[in-house]
Every structure is written in structure tokens, then in C-alpha cells.
Design a protein around this ligand. Structure first.
Ligand code: B12
Ligand code: SF4
Length: 508
């Protein structure tokens, strides 16, 4: 008998994925357990050169029973283009991810037969069983679909409380060559999601996994690490949890398990769930980098974004954390988010001072962005109508031709496109000060990027100044003509990539 096949897809967006999407590893395993052959094409993977037309040919050749598309809001427009192309050849087109969770009806209008809402391990398994048994979808929870032109919403599927019961995600379905060209890039397969949900209430954040914080046991996390080490030879794990350090006991237990195991790792977390004692312990257990969701140092913004009720304590505590990490030689990345409607040019100048004051401790770089109000968040619900950005993900045309990002965006002005989107109609002064703020952070990123790769102070200065100069030339050229910028700087951008994996000096 011919085996059922499922093809998972992610559309190209122009902002490459360095690592395979976790959703396909979780769901692929379930599909395989249910007797499906699993195919994955992530067109957004950094080295996947396939086009939408190639996917049409693939579907014609493989004739999958189900085609499943993962959709981020930022990728919605691109995903819909892909869906339009493949729809005539699909037997059953399903979608899932953050965007279908928030806007399931829209995805149906765009061609999906079924949209999955929220975390899908339970609903997806039941769905596959139903498909095999030719049963009605009406009894399934967690999906939205059309029946005789009527939209049927089946209600929420139960939250998975015991994460240890979910099988370890299987990364085998992903083609290695889509993500790896240089040996060290194997660590891109080292992502682990060890918790789900976040108790935070930040007004700009959409939490697909609900506010209910759940976590895998330390023992199960350790098993997954060992599995990755054994299968892929991975020696650097990247925990992609929203707030990895919330459960103190679990963190301590995991650190104890990792002591002396020669595994290095990084994680992201909120600043209010960490202290000096934990940082020391994490450092000893191989933690090399912590990404802090600091977001702002402005009291009004911290309060209005619901990050903290005590901004004074928050900023002081953040300063301490950064120093403690520095002392323990744990590199630090800091996320900064600006662009809120109440912020002013003066506020942005304050933020510039804050960056200058703290940058010494930010040894892994500044990230974050300029607010893009995601649907399903308070920032979207409250301001979309007032500022006229309803359904922006369908309207905003891409700033970039052929999805090529100019050289200056590589390290210097990573969020330049976010600024151009200008959701909240910033006045000239505010626009200029935000621009300055991100350039300041970008300049620091260029410096530490160089410093980690070279030891000789003369060479560091030479390369850093060179990159800085090239970034500014790139801006001027881009303003003259984006095509000219591409012709002159695309090669240097690609060449610069070789430095990315040059072993960096561990000295901070
Ligand atoms: C890792 C990560 C990234 C990585 C992605 C790496 C990769 N290989 O995928 C990087 C750093 C590249 C990234 C970038 C961005 N990210 Co991000 N990211 C995350 C993060 C922290 C984890 C994602 C993850 O792996 N989750 C675990 C998997 C298992 O969950 P999942 O993908 O949602 O899948 C589950 C369900 O959705 C469902 N499902 C998913 N797909 C499908 C498909 C089918 C067919 C079915 C049936 C079900 C299904 O089943 C899965 C299992 O339950 C999430 C936050 C979070 N906690 O999820 C944010 C998050 C996804 N990112 C977000 C955002 C906004 C961005 C950026 C736009 C940020 C920016 N402004 O630049 C960019 C966009 C990049 C782009 N290409 O356009 C938002 C998305 C909001 C939205 N409405 O889309 C999130 C939710 C963060 C947040 N709380 O706001 N991100
Ligand atoms: S931004 Fe971070 S801390 Fe705030 S709700 Fe989202 S995941 Fe939680």
C-alpha cells in the first residue's frame, strides 16, 4: 500500500533562518508515529535556494496527502503567495503557527483548508488519525475550517501540562545542507525549547503557548541535550525558551547535571528571574551567553509595556546582572525595543546615554528592534485603528527588491526596515533620534564582533574601522541606488560571513 506523505513548508521571507524550525521537528515526529512519510522544505533556511515553483514541482512528484505551512505574521504575505501557487496541486492544505493562531479565518480565505490554533501536538495527532479514518473534523478541538461555506471553530484544545510527555523533537527531517556550510554551523541544530508559556503580560508580545508557564524536568532536558550531542556531535546548546530561568529549582538541578560535561550553552530570559548566585552556578555549568529581554530603561515605557511595576528597581537590577555576568565571563546580549507612540525624541536621547553607559558589559551585542505591533497583542488592539495599520502584514510592501538586505543592515543597522515602517508616524526629531540610537548599538555590535575574532589590538581597530566605514558607504550608496549598493557590496557581505565562525577570543 502507498504510504501517506506529509510535506511541511515555510515560505521565504528574506530574513533567513539559521536553524531548522522546531515545529516541524515536534510535528514531524508525530506524523511519522502515525505512519506518514515526512518531507520538509523550509524555503527560508539560510542555504535553501528552492523557489515556490520548485515546490509546485515537488508536490506534483511526491503527491503528499497533506501539505502543512508554518506562518509567522511577518511571513504572512510570503506564505499566502506560496499557498496560492501550490493550492491547485494540494489534496489538503493545512496551516499552523503564530499567525493562524491569531487570524485563522484570514488563512482560510487565503486558501487553507484547515487552520490549527495554538500548540498543536494533541490536535495534530488527532487530526492525522481522523484523516486516516476518513472521519469528520467537527469533533476535533483546536482547529478552524470551512464546512459548506460556514466557518467552524472547534474551540481550544487542552494545554499540555506535562511537557515530559511530548516526544523529543526529531531534527532528522531537516536537510543539513540547508543550514550548514561550515562545520561549526552544526550547532544551529542545537536549539532546545524546554519551557512553554510565559507568565508575563508585556503589551507588545503575543504568547502562542498561553500565560501558563510549563517546563520539562531537568532530567528530560539533559536527555535531549545528550541526544543532540550523540546524533549530531553538538557541543553548544541554544535554549530558545521565552524565559529560561523562571523555575529556580529546575535551573539548579539542570546546572548540576551539566557540571563537568563539557557542554556549552546559551539562553534567553527576563531580568527579574535571575540573581548573582544563579549566574555563578550557570557559568560553572557551561553557560556562555545570556540574552536579556531588557527592552527599555525609560520608566514610562517600562510601566506602559507592563514589563515591571518598579522601573527604578528594574534598571538597577539589570545593571547588576550585567556586571555579574561580566565577572563570571558569561557573554551578554541585550534586547532593546523602542518605537512606542508615547516615546519622545528626548526619551531616545536618554536611551542613547543608557547604551553608552552599559555597552561595556554587553559583550554579545544589542538586539531587539523597533516595535512592529503584532496582532493579538495589546499594542495592536489599542492602536491599529488610531494609526491606520490594521492588517499591516497584508498591506506593507517589501522595502527590499529580491529580498536582498543592504550591507549596512548586516551588523550596523539591523532594524533599519522596522524604522522605515514607521507604524506610529514618528515626527522628524524622534525618527532621527531612534535612527541614532540603533546606529550607536550597531557600532558597538561591529566592535565586539571584531574583538571576538581577533586578538591583536591593531588588527581589531583596523577591521572594526573598515567595517564601520563600509557600513556608512553602504548607506550612502543605498540612498543613491539600491541596485548600485548591491552590485558593489554584496560580495563583501558574503565574504564577511567567513569571519562569523572564526574562533573568537574568549576574553571579554
Ligand atoms: C526561535 C524564534 C525565532 C528564530 C527562528 C528560528 C527558526 N528556525 O525558526 C528567529 C531569531 C530567526 C526569529 C525571528 C523572528 N521572530 Co521569532 N521567535 C522565536 C521563538 C522564541 C521560538 C520559536 C519556536 O521555535 N517555538 C517552538 C515551536 C514548537 O512553536 P511554534 O513554531 O509556534 O509551533 C507550534 C504551533 O504553532 C504549531 N504549528 C507551527 N507550525 C505549524 C504548521 C502546521 C502545519 C501545524 C499543523 C501546526 C503548526 O505546532 C507547533 C507545536 O505546538 C518564538 C517565541 C515562542 N515561544 O514560540 C518567537 C516568535 C515566533 N517570533 C516572533 C517574531 C515577531 C519574530 C520576528 C518578526 C522578530 C523581528 N521583529 O525581527 C522575526 C521574524 C523572522 C522572519 N523570518 O520573518 C513572534 C511571532 C509573532 C507572530 N505573530 O508571528 C514570536 C511568537 C515571539 C513573540 N512572543 O512575539 N524568531
Ligand atoms: S516579552 Fe518575554 S517576558 Fe514579556 S510576556 Fe513575552 S515572553 Fe513573557
Amino acid at each position: 500500500m502507498k504510504k501517506n506523505k506529509i510535506l511541511f513548508l515555510k515560505a521565504r521571507t528574506g530574513m533567513d533562518d539559521p536553524s531548522p524550525p522546531m515545529s516541524f521537528s515536534f510535528l514531524g515526529r508525530i506524523a511519522e508515529e502515525e505512519g506518514f512519510e515526512v518531507l520538509v522544505e523550509n524555503l527560508n533556511a539560510q542555504y535553501n535556494e528552492k523557489t515556490n515553483e520548485d515546490i509546485v514541482e515537488l508536490i506534483k512528484k511526491e503527491e503528499p496527502t497533506i501539505v502543512g505551512v508554518h506562518i509567522f505574521t511577518n511571513a504572512a504575505k510570503y506564505s499566502y503567495e506560496l499557498m496560492k501557487k501550490i493550492k491547485p496541486y494540494c489534496k489538503l492544505l493545512i496551516v499552523g503557527g503564530p499567525h493562524p493562531t491569531i487570524c485563522p479565518e484570514e488563512t482560510l480565505e487565503m486558501g487553507a483548508d484547515v487552520a490549527f490554533v495554538g500548540e498543536a501536538e494533541i490536535s495534530f495527532r488527532k487530526f492525522l488519525k481522523n484523516i486516516k479514518g476518513n472521519k469528520s473534523l467537527k469533533n476535533l478541538k483546536g482547529i478552524v475550517f470551512q464546512d459548506n461555506k460556514k466557518i467552524i471553530k472547534t474551540g481550544k484544545e487542552e494545554v499540555i501540562f506535562d511537557l515530559d510527555k511530548i516526544p523529543i523533537p526529531d531534527k532528522r527531517f531537516n536537510r543539513k545542507s540547508d543550514y550548514i556550510k561550515i562545520k561549526d554551523e552544526i550547532n544551529n541544530f542545537g536549539q532546545i525549547l524546554s519551557t512553554r508559556g510565559c507568565p508575563g503580560r508585556c503589551t507588545y508580545c503575543f504568547s502562542l503557548f498561553s500565560k501558563c508557564y510549563r517546563y520539562m524536568s531537568a532530567q528530560k532536558v539533559f536527555e535531549e541535550i545528550m541526544d543532540l550531542k550523540k546524533t549530531y556531535g553538538i557541543n553548544f546548546i541554544n535554549f530558545i525558551d521565552d524565559a529560561f530561568t523562571i523555575n529556580k529549582e529546575r535551573l539548579i538541578e539542570l546546572c548540576d547535571l551539566l557540571m563537568g560535561k563539557n557542554i556549552e550553552w546559551s539562553c534567553a530570559t527576563r531580568v527579574d528571574f535571575l540573581n548573582k548566585e544563579l549566574i555563578i552556578k550557570m557559568g560553572k555549568a557551561g553557560c556562555k551567553m545570556i540574552n536579556f529581554g531588557v527592552e527599555s530603561a525609560l520608566p514610562e515605557t517600562l510601566l506602559k509595556m507592563k514589563k515591571t511595576a518598579n522601573p527604578k528597581w528594574y534598571v538597577e537590577h539589570t545593571d547588576n546582572l550585567l556586571k555579574w555576568c561580566y565577572e563570571e565571563k558569561i557573554r551578554v546580549a541585550v534586547n532593546i525595543l523602542t518605537g512606542f507612540p508615547w516615546e519622545t525624541a528626548e526619551g531616545m536621547k536618554e536611551m542613547q546615554k543608557y547604551i553608552n553607559k552599559t555597552k561595556k558589559y554587553v559583550t554579545s551585542g544589542f538586539y531587539g528592534g523597533i516595535l512592529q505591533p503584532q496582532p493579538g497583542t495589546e499594542m495592536y488592539t489599542e492602536y491599529a485603528k488610531e494609526y491606520g495599520f490594521e492588517k499591516w502584514w497584508l498591506q506593507k510592501r517589501s522595502i527590499f527588491k529580491d529580498d536582498y538586505r543592504p550591507f549596512f543592515m548586516a551588523y550596523y543597522h539591523q532594524y533599519w526596515d522596522h524604522l522605515q515602517n514607521n507604524f506610529f508616524n514618528f515626527d522628524k526629531d524622534k525618527f532621527r533620534e531612534i535612527d541614532k540610537l540603533y546606529k550607536l548599538m550597531g557600532k558597538w555590535n561591529l566592535y565586539i564582533f571584531t574583538k571576538r575574532r581577533f586578538k591583536n589590538p591593531f588588527i581589531i581597530q583596523f577591521i572594526y574601522q573598515g567595517l564601520f566605514l563600509l557600513s556608512n558607504i553602504s548607506i550612502i550608496l543605498y540612498k543613491l541606488s539600491p541596485r548600485l549598493e548591491k552590485r558593489i557590496l554584496e560580495r563583501i557581505k558574503k565574504f564577511g560571513y567567513k569571519f562569523k565562525f572564526r574562533k573568537g577570543s574568549e576574553e571579554l
